[in-house]
Design a protein around this ligand. Structure first.
Ligand code: SAM
Length: 250
């Protein structure tokens, strides 16, 4: 997968050299290209913002630097053989970022991110590229960040761990909270490791039983219980699996 990020703060994306994403880059599973938007602003001060039409506080990011930046980034990616990109636009007014969306984005060969600052980017930029490419406006939550770079880090990490070969165990995201399938609309339950007793606290007996069926039932019940407590609105959308139906009958 190829990722391009156009930003006013390239250093903000440095964590993409670390941990799982950094290793995926080192192994060649992910190519990350970070670009400084100011290189496409040609006045003395490399200005990228201006006052909003209609008045009001704050500044709006200008069309021209974004247009030139995106044209060049897109042309360069195509020159290097990349297939059609998705333009991922972080914005509080976008579609909520979910595991389902992470799965969909992980199937794409190329993502281009446009994290903004100030009051956001002049609307015409998104409209211009939506006429040529798939555009996905994404919100990472119902709050307002100072800029979209943190959203890019969040989205990239969630997407990269789904790429084939990136996680050590390919199965490990199948049982995660929100994973499509049996865990859709469910939170994962508690997890434990050695030692079996710590500060007087033990672990649930069933986990020591070696009985796979009982362990699976316990994990599912804990996931349901945790979801009902923390996210009651999700539990209503949670469907009984074949496993639940069988247990209900017995
Ligand atoms: N005035 C804008 C509004 O109320 O929707 C907020 C602009 S915010 C200060 C600057 C930039 O941070 C946004 O354009 C976007 O790129 C990013 N951003 C802020 N909150 C975000 C969120 N919840 N999800 C994704 N991106 C966000």
């Amino acid at each position: 997968m190829r990722l391009d990020v156009v930003t006013l703060f390239p250093e903000y994306l440095e964590p993409l050299h670390l941990s799982l994403v950094g290793k995926a880059r080192a192994r060649g599973q992910l190519g990350v290209h970070v670009h400084d938007l100011r290189q496409w602003a040609y006045d003395k001060h490399h200005t990228v913002d201006d006052t909003p039409y209609g008045g009001g506080p704050g500044m709006v990011m200008k069309t021209e630097p974004w247009g030139e930046a995106l044209d060049e980034v897109i042309a360069t990616g195509y020159e290097h053989g990349a297939a059609e990109p998705v333009l991922v636009v972080p914005t509080p007014s976008g579609r909520p970022f979910t595991q389902e969306l992470a799965v969909a984005l992980s199937a794409r060969p190329w993502l281009i991110f446009t994290p903004a600052r100030y009051e956001g980017i002049d609307r015409r930029v998104t409209e211009e590229y939506a006429a040529r490419l798939p555009v996905c406006e994404v919100s990472i939550g119902d709050y307002v960040l100072a800029g979209g770079e943190a959203a890019v880090l969040v989205i990239t990490e969630a997407v990269a761990r789904l790429l084939p070969g990136v996680l050590g165990n390919a199965e490990s995201h199948r049982d995660d909270s929100f994973a499509p399938g049996a865990m859709a609309n469910l939170l994962e339950g508690p997890v434990y490791t050695k030692p079996p007793e710590w500060r007087g606290r033990g672990i649930p007996e069933v986990l020591l039983s070696g009985h796979h069926g009982r362990i699976a039932r316990w994990r599912r019940d804990e996931a349901l219980r945790r979801t009902a407590v923390h996210r009651p609105e999700l539990i209503e959308r949670c469907e009984a699996t074949a496993f639940d139906k069988k247990d209900r009958e017995t």
